[in-house]
Design a binder for this molecule. Structure first.
Ligand SMILES: NC(=O)c1ccc[n+]([C@@H]2O[C@H](COP(=O)([O-])OP(=O)(O)OC[C@H]3O[C@@H](n4cnc5c(N)ncnc54)[C@H](OP(=O)(O)O)[C@@H]3O)[C@@H](O)[C@H]2O)c1
Length: 330
């Protein structure tokens, strides 16, 4: 993070939990500008007030974006283009696990949409509009849950769904799952961890399309149960599992602080030019805090066919492709 004072970061979901903490840590580390991209401008302004109070700095700009909606992501990017300037660190942190199935205006379920739809559209628009600096670092929030071994959360077997119902077309399978179409029943945390698997695939596929010098990685912050994350979780999880997790989680290597979690994001802003297309999460296979490593297990993380299908599925959900203006200049 050389000469951070000249650099700009944009953080989605900056009004709560890890996004708020990451914005604070960036300002404390001397970043020149931190754009607080929140669901509404009022939420961004409220976050700015708390951040100024905490950090003693006012290096914050505000941006309204609903990360589950294509139109909102486009409007946010229109504003960024009008304001000018480049983004050096794009932190796509926003995400929610809906308790009940809810859909965006294009019929994509909100758990999937909030983490993939707006983030994809913003990234494609920023590339097209040259709003990212040549050495930009893009980080999208992943989760250890995508490994498929977290209790009470099941990752969809996308290859099987594709083979059983879509003639092997994995992008079609992912799109159907994200729209809760066909024989699939919505199960909040199953949708959440499956969307996070697609996050890892999306980042891997995107890394192969980006101009040299720019990187994209999926980074799990690790388990931080004190954030607002489980506010929509099923009743049993909110009432019993989470309070228990807050107490015994740290002893079992299954829960850590918001500060430590946000530091994982900031560490990814310092990764080198060749460290791209990876999914970084807790090195220990059954823990959710501690040292981080590139995830190569289960094997589906590194399967290029699935990675490309993940990207293609998000293109289908949004109608937004990788910009020709960037492909042609490579
Ligand atoms: N905490 C953990 O243990 C953990 C573990 C692994 C991964 N993660 C990931 O970390 C990220 C941050 O979560 P958190 O733990 O900090 O939870 P949080 O406190 O609930 O923060 C989530 C943030 O995302 C925003 N958001 C959700 N949907 C949005 C939408 N449609 N448009 C705009 N903003 C939206 C929320 O805004 P509102 O306040 O307006 O809803 C909030 O600012 C998420 O991607 C989560 O999946 C968290």
């Amino acid at each position: 993070m050389n000469d951070a004072s000249k650099k700009t970061a944009l953080v989605t979901g900056a009004n709560s939990g890890l996004g708020f903490e990451a914005a604070a840590q960036l300002a404390e580390a001397g970043w020149g500008k931190v754009i607080l991209a929140c669901r509404t401008e009022a939420k961004a302004e409220a976050a700015r007030v708390r951040l100024v109070e905490r950090t003693g700095k006012d290096s914050f700009d505000l941006l309204a974006v609903d990360t589950s909606e294509v139109a909102s992501a486009n409007t946010a990017c229109d504003q960024l283009r009008e304001r000018g300037g480049n983004i050096d660190f794009l932190l796509l942190n926003a995400g929610a696990a809906a308790a009940q199935p809810q859909f965006n205006s294009d019929g994509v379920e909100i758990t999937w949409a909030s983490t993939l739809v707006g983030h994809h559209v913003m990234t494609m628009r920023m590339l097209d509009d040259k709003l990212l600096s040549p050495g930009a670092r893009i980080v999208i929030a992943g989760s250890e849950g995508a490994r498929g071994n977290a209790p009470t959360m099941k990752v969809h077997d996308i290859e099987k769904v594709a083979n059983d119902l879509f003639d092997g077309d994995r992008a079609a399978a992912i799109e159907a799952l994200a729209r809760i179409k066909g024989p699939y029943k919505f199960v909040s945390f199953n949708e959440y961890v499956s969307a996070k698997l697609v996050v890892a695939w999306w980042a891997a596929a995107l890394s192969r399309k980006l101009p040299a010098g720019m990187t994209v990685n999926a980074v799990s912050p690790g388990s931080a149960p004190a954030s607002g994350f489980a506010r929509n979780a099923p009743f049993m999880m909110r009432m019993f599992m989470l309070p228990m997790m807050k107490v015994i989680g740290p002893l079992m290597g299954m829960a850590g602080s918001i500060e430590t979690a946000a530091r994982r994001y900031l560490a990814a802003a310092d990764l080198g030019d060749n460290e791209t297309g990876h999914f970084y999460a807790t090195a220990h296979r059954t823990k959710a805090v501690g040292p981080v490593a590139i995830q190569t297990w289960p094997e589906y993380f590194t399967d290029q066919v699935s990675q490309e299908a993940g990207f293609e599925a998000v293109v289908k959900m949004t109608g937004v492709t990788f910009p020709d203006s960037v492909s042609q200049s490579l």
